[in-house]
Ligand binder design. Structure first.
Ligand code: MG
Length: 323
């Protein structure tokens, strides 16, 4: 693993947290005009402190922690730990998403099996209303455990398994597979290519997602005004990335798209951060970033490094692969 790989792996977490904290004060607001300055000033309906991240990053942290402790996300014990950490967080968090809060607060036991079962029951009862963006927003760290050569398939499976813990709609799982494999590709090669990840989806769903990606590229983030839905959250984030130049511009575009600003920017930031690296996160943002469970930017960076799977050691250096 090179220092550039390391910087990009850290960028997947820091970029996402920066987008989350940047968008926090604008959540539920309307789209903003092109070029309007956006500030990491906190506020919003939950009264965030400047630089404080929200549920998006808080739910990502336990995933990274399990990887950092040597766990694997295809292991039921590790998934149990993730669910238990979420249940603990949700007891005091002020901004748990509706779908996630209902699920976590009603679990008979804080286990992965109970969570999956509850998510599946909710989807069966609400087939058109169970596709919230609450799993795509937290999927950034999943890729860190699967950076090594030949681990794409294991990553696709893990991304879906972690998504299925709270959201059984296949759209949520598909979005997490696309985004997580794109994050892996970005950390390894420094490029962002969503179309190249379609191959990790079930064959019968690839054409639909290809059309959704093309629509995102032909639109602006504000065009996706139902971005609480995982499909439009992905489209808004990809639109910001497609039209943006550099991490800061991408995150600002995501926030100016309006509505679920922190989540769309957190999603965009995981991928753009993985491609551009943590070094481009502005110092002013790094100094302010903080959130549950008592971490700051340095703590999050340290967690990202520790989350790198053993497989990252076989990450082949491919100079010149970017492009
Ligand atoms: Mg949030």
């Amino acid at each position: 693993m090179t220092s550039a790989h390391l910087d990009r792996a850290i960028g997947a977490l820091l970029g996402s947290a920066a987008g989350d904290a940047l968008g926090a004060g604008y959540e539920f607001g309307p789209p903003l005009p092109d070029g309007q300055p956006v500030h990491m000033a906190g506020g919003g309906s939950f009264g965030w402190a400047p630089g404080e991240w929200t549920d998006d990053t808080s739910m990502a942290v336990p995933i990274a922690q399990v990887l950092a402790d040597g766990g694997s996300l295809d292991d039921e014990t590790s998934l149990d730990r993730v669910v238990a950490a979420w249940v603990g967080w949700a007891r005091t968090a002020k901004d748990v998403g509706v779908q996630t809060r209902n699920l976590l607060s009603a679990l008979p036991t804080p286990t992965a099996a109970a969570a999956r079962e509850s998510a599946a029951a909710y989807y069966a009862a609400n087939p058109r209303g169970a596709g919230g963006n609450g799993t795509l927003m937290r999927t950034g760290p999943v890729a860190l455990g699967y950076l090594g050569d030949g681990q794409e398939e294991a990553l696709a499976s893990a991304a879906r398994a972690v998504s299925d813990l709270t959201h059984a709609d296949p759209d949520a799982g598909d979005a997490c597979v696309l985004w997580s494999t794109a994050v892996r590709h970005a950390v390894r090669d420094g490029v962002m290519d969503l179309d190249a990840q379609l191959v990790w989806l079930p064959a019968e769903r690839r054409d639909r997602w290809a059309a959704l990606i093309a629509e995102a590229e032909a639109s602006q983030p504000a065009d996706f005004d139902k971005n609480g839905w995982v499909v439009q959250a992905l489209q808004g984030a990809w639109s910001a990335i497609h039209h943006g130049t550099g991490l800061v511009d991408v995150l600002e575009r995501a926030v100016r798209g309006g509505r679920d600003t922190d989540t769309v920017a957190a999603i965009a930031g995981a991928l753009a951060g993985a491609a551009h690296g943590a070094a481009v996160v502005p110092e002013e943002w790094r100094e302010k970033l903080h959130g549950w469970p008592g971490l700051d930017a340095d703590g999050l960076a340290d967690l990202a490094v520790r989350a790198l799977g053993r497989g990252a050691a076989n990450l082949s250096a491919r100079p010149g692969a970017a492009g």
